[in-house]
Design a protein. Structure first.
Length: 206
């Protein structure tokens, strides 16, 4: 009787040990070697480096934007991303001495070429790119002119990470350092700075 119980129990324990000893497979949400296209919404904080900007408008301002990314796999898990995006921010301020109202609007378009490492559950990326910034500063009625505006081009370096929630939906966190300077008469300022943001993106495979 005891043998009849011990023998099946021993076999069950042996099979369990063999099953547990097998290498565990990595959990992946994304297919291997797939190209994909993402669209998403972004938001965060932008801090400009220029001292004049900080005196007039404060050290930082919130922004909202959107991004599109095209990923080409090189060899799993390595890939190359081409990303295009834009963001806008509006900030109110005061002149240094007379404390009159000011308003600044910045619109930023960017194009990046990034290396990416995607495990199927998480991904990281890093790369350089180009910034194109348009600006408009509006003054109080007592000023001799209503506003000044223009545009300028610069460079940036960006990096960040994705967390894949499903095969089509991801969360993104990133930083960007960019340098954009303008020397227009009446508006000499460094429009460069740092950008910290988060976003939610949807993925399409092709």
């Amino acid at each position: 009787m005891v043998r009849k119980i011990i023998l099946p129990l021993s076999m069950a324990l042996l099979c369990s040990g063999l099953a547990l000893s097998k290498p565990q497979t990595r959990i992946k949400l994304l297919p291997d070697e797939e190209r994909y296209f993402t669209v998403g919404l972004l938001g965060g904080i932008c801090s400009l480096q220029d001292q004049v900007f900080q005196e007039l408008y404060g050290k930082s301002a919130p922004f909202f934007g959107a991004e599109m990314t095209l990923r080409f796999p090189i060899r799993e898990p390595h890939g190359m991303d081409i990303a295009a995006g834009g963001r806008t921010l509006t900030k109110k301020g005061l002149t240094s001495y007379t404390k009159e109202d000011l308003s600044l609007r910045l619109t930023d378009l960017s194009l990046s070429l990034r290396y990416s490492y995607d495990t199927g559950r998480f991904a990281i990326f890093l790369g350089p790119g180009i910034e194109y910034v348009t600006y408009k500063e509006t003054y109080a009625e007592t000023f001799p002119i209503d506003s000044t505006n223009g545009s300028h081009t610069g460079l940036h370096l960006t990096g960040g990470a994705y967390v894949h929630l499903t095969s089509g939906l991801s969360l993104k966190g990133y930083f960007k350092y960019y340098r954009v300077e303008t020397d227009k008469v009446g508006f000499r300022i460094n429009l460069g700075g740092t950008e910290w943001g988060v976003g939610i993106l949807y993925r399409f495979y092709f």
